[in-house]
Design a protein. Structure first.
Length: 187
């Protein structure tokens, strides 16, 4: 069975240690590394444990003939663009239960009209993860605030709007935030 554990792990920005400690029960980074490289046989149980640790469907960890994967043509680094040493693919976007979508109708800051934003919903205890990231915050009467989260102070957050010259917003008692994790720009 061809696995994509390493590709998915790297696409999610996780280390071997992150995945190993998130497994239930926890395991060692060496074990995850062996499963990634094929030095150890990957069972269905291991696929499910690793998928749960990375918060992805188990099917995303294996190569499937009926799924169109996106091949990686180049790695962009400090020396420019280089071909990957071994074939790699990108994890196609898949909706998750905690995702929220937004559509940009009018260009603002780095966003163009027509851009689609995918955002992960965060509970108040997780707001610190979104510092210096663009977020959507609910406001009373079905309204929202959108901008760069610049501070979290207890139950208050501070947002810097994406439009130039707009004033900083301070919101209190925000029940959740949606942190932008992916931008989809259509040609």
């Amino acid at each position: 069975m061809l696995t994509r554990i390493r590709d998915v792990r790297k696409a999610r920005g996780l280390t071997l240690a992150d995945v190993a400690s998130a497994c239930d029960p926890p395991t060692t980074p060496q074990t995850i590394g062996r499963l990634e490289t094929g030095m150890r046989t990957v069972s269905i149980d291991w696929l499910e444990r690793i998928a749960a640790a990375m918060a992805v469907p188990a099917s995303s960890l294996v190569s499937m003939p009926d799924r169109a994967d996106v091949p990686v043509a180049a790695l962009i680094g400090s020396n420019g663009a280089d071909a990957p040493e071994r074939p790699r693919t990108l994890l196609p976007p898949q909706p998750q239960p905690d995702l929220i979508g937004m559509v940009v109708e009018t260009a603002q800051g780095d966003y163009r009209s027509g851009d689609e934003l995918w955002a992960q919903r965060l509970a108040p205890a997780q707001f610190g993860r979104a510092i210096n990231r663009d977020v959507l915050a609910p406001r009373p009467a079905g309204r929202f605030a959108f901008g760069r989260l610049i501070a979290v102070d207890g139950s208050r957050i501070q947002l810097l709007p994406t439009t130039p010259g707009a004033r900083q917003q301070v919101l209190a008692e925000v029940p959740w935030l949606a942190m932008v994790t992916m931008l989809v720009r259509r040609p």
